[in-house]
Design a protein around this ligand. Sequence first.
Ligand SMILES: [Zn+2]
Length: 242
Amino acid sequence: MRILVLTRRKVLFAFLMIAMAGGLLTTIQHSLTAPSLVRSPGTYYMAHTQEKVVALTFDDGPDPVDSPAVLDILKEKEVRATFFVLGQAAQSNPLLIKRIVKEGHEIGNHSFKHDYQQLHLVEEMDQTDREVFTATGNHTYFYRPPGGLVSKKQLETIKNNGHIVALWSVDSKDWRNPGVKQIVDNVVKNVFPGAIILMHDGGYHRIQTVKAVGPIIEALQNQGYRMVTLSELQKMDSGNKL
Ligand SMILES: [Zn+2]
């Protein structure tokens, strides 16, 4: 989430608007004041597996500076990840979208403009899917709502639009820019087999994330973890009912 370009008041306002308009939220993944994880039925946030596999995910890109830096590191480490792209950013950087797929990564849909209220949910999903399809010939399958906020009604709409809502189980909290070491610790200390890890390669200056990616991969590999795309993770999920 592009939390740092928004004021706390704006985030709170957006939250209140959604809560008032949509009734109860089924999922409040995190905000500046409530970063706790709420696991919601019908969303994909982890795989049930004993195997030491995890999925690295990067939101809010592609960014012309930070995404290539992240891609270079993933290439060097021979690790594949999933990029939840914004249609708007994809439209401006089609070559990066091509590169992501060419290098074996997966692309997820993160809306077109990152509107937390998702007032034009289907239109934005479709627009983003079109951008990805035009650049790569692949449709998007996983959808991550901006901020991880999704109502029951939106969840149904997303499913009816042929997408799976993919959230996360380990938040690197890189959106807070807490320092490279803290980002690494947030992942390495909370990881578990089947975890989906949240990071960002766009939306704001992501130099801390770029510097944290290598150490995170090394630490996870030292613990015996292997990193896969979300689709690969889903295939290994013994409890997958989606
Ligand atoms: Zn986001």
